[in-house]
Ligand binder design. Structure first.
Ligand code: AMP
Length: 432
């Protein structure tokens, strides 16, 4: 089999944008979903672009893509004007209004993949009409992983086609308001559940400056956005994120959940650079080293410390003639009881003893609801097979000990609770 010419094919819009923010206006700059996505992917993998421009498209923009080593064999140049879009950001940069959209050559765009791109193992269907996304799927040969993006327009006017194409992809990405619009669900969890029912294995919901969430049928992964001091233009951030994700995934050669989670980090970090300036200006200067050091900084920010040890108990053992004596003092809690029961079970195993006397003199309580978990854990640790006498010197709530005994007995354990140490000793020495 021959090597594919590109590892990742990306299809989407190419626009000449005019963007206004509260502080700045930039006219006729390079935009479009495929432009942002290919630029981000190009840091990681050999990427092919599929899109359309008019004969007015500036050479400088083409040079920008060439400098990023983006493969342009799938780029069509058609007689006429390039797609144009203009938008304005409100004061807080949260909301964006579209001022004008001129489809121009984009109106009759039909994405045709060069022969070389059809074997590419990774495919990103950027935001275009779902019927065109379906047309792309008819041309590819067995890709390993397909990501699809969409927008509110297609949810409103092309939902049937959209559902069809989503069902053929491995992963769907959309932003939170689109997820709500698509499903009518107000929580992202429920929206994601409905979207997963359409067929994709993964649903990635983008939350702008608040990061993103990856849903599967079994679990959820939360990714915060990298906190920036300032940014200039969030246009195309979602495309940059998705393009970087797909580029990093293609570079890994993998499609598993861990690889996707790692790739999300790369996508998010590249997007954090992208918004620092308009258009592709920051990405043009960006280096792989800068990406890696921000990824390392980001991972440090997200690192969870190992669990704080809140247990504050003392456990001592004494080997007596026919049994093991365990003495517990200090403070009880759920975490503490899981820990001391495991220590006791380890000691029983190590000494291969058949009889155990536990003398508990703890303060503090364990909740009733936690008792079942503790007993389950305890029984699994091998304590079911031995004789256990239990004496609690400070029974804050005697009913808890009775509950523990009942649960353990129901699991087949031989446990008895005593009111005095003497009675416990007598039973353990004499019985059995
Ligand atoms: P985003 O910020 O993810 O919405 O992407 C912004 C980019 O999408 C801009 O650079 C525009 O050129 C492009 N764009 C705007 N409207 C459309 C549309 N209706 N279809 C495809 N691309 C669009």
């Amino acid at each position: 089999m021959t090597q594919p010419a590109v590892d990742l094919t990306i299809v989407g819009s190419i626009g000449i944008d005019t963007i206004e923010t509260p502080t700045e206006k930039q006219e006729e700059i390079l935009g479009g979903s495929v432009s942002y996505a290919c630029a981000a992917a190009s840091f990681f993998t050999h990427t092919g672009m599929v899109g359309v421009v008019g004969t007015d498209f500036p050479q400088a923009f083409l040079d920008t893509w060439k400098d990023m080593s983006i493969d342009l064999e799938g780029l069509q140049t058609v007689e006429g004007k390039t797609f144009r879009w203009s938008g304005v950001y409100e004061e807080n940069m949260d909301n964006r209004r579209t001022l004008s959209t001129e489809l121009n050559v984009f109106e009759a765009f039909s994405p045709e993949l060069p022969e070389d791109y059809r074997e590419a193992p990774y495919l990103f269907l950027g935001n275009i009409h779902p019927a065109l996304q379906l047309h792309v799927l008819e041309q590819v040969r067995n890709p390993k992983f397909i990501l699809i993006d969409t927008m509110d327009l297609w949810i409103n006017i092309g939902k049937d086609d959209l559902e069809k194409v989503i069902g053929k992809c491995h992963m769907l990405t959309l932003n939170e308001s689109e997820a709500e619009l698509f499903t009518g669900e107000l929580t992202l969890n429920n929206a994601a559940k409905k979207l997963l029912e359409l067929g994709p294995e993964y649903v990635l919901i983008k939350k702008g400056g608040n990061g993103s969430m990856l849903f599967t049928k079994d679990d959820i992964f939360l990714l915060h956005a990298y906190p920036l001091d300032h940014f200039k233009d969030p246009t195309g951030a979602g495309d940059t994120f998705a393009g970087g994700l797909m580029g990093a995934l293609a570079a890994s050669g993998r499609t598993d959940k861990d690889a996707i989670r790692q790739a999300m980090v790369y996508g998010s970090i590249v997007a954090s650079f992208g918004v620092e300036e308009f258009s592709l200006e920051r990405l043009k200067r960006l280096t792989r080293n800068e990406i890696e050091s921000r990824v390392a900084e980001f991972k440090e920010m997200c690192a969870l410390p190992s669990a704080i040890d809140t247990s504050n108990y003392q456990l001592t053992f004494e080997n007596r003639d026919s049994y093991l004596y365990a003495h517990l003092t200090g403070k009880d809690s759920f975490a503490a009881s899981l820990s001391y029961w495991n220590e006791i079970a380890d000691q029983v195993k190590a000494q291969d003893c058949q009889k155990l006397l536990i003398h508990e003199a703890l303060t503090g309580v364990v909740a009733k609801s936690e008792m079942n978990d503790i007993i389950m854990d305890l029984m699994d640790s091998g304590l079911r097979d031995i004789q256990i006498a239990f004496f609690d010197e400070n029974p804050n709530d005697a009913s808890m000990n009775v509950l523990g005994q009942t649960l353990a007995t129901n699991k087949g354990a031989n446990v008895k609770i005593f009111d005095s140490l003497e009675a416990a000793q007598n039973w353990i020495v004499q019985d059995g």
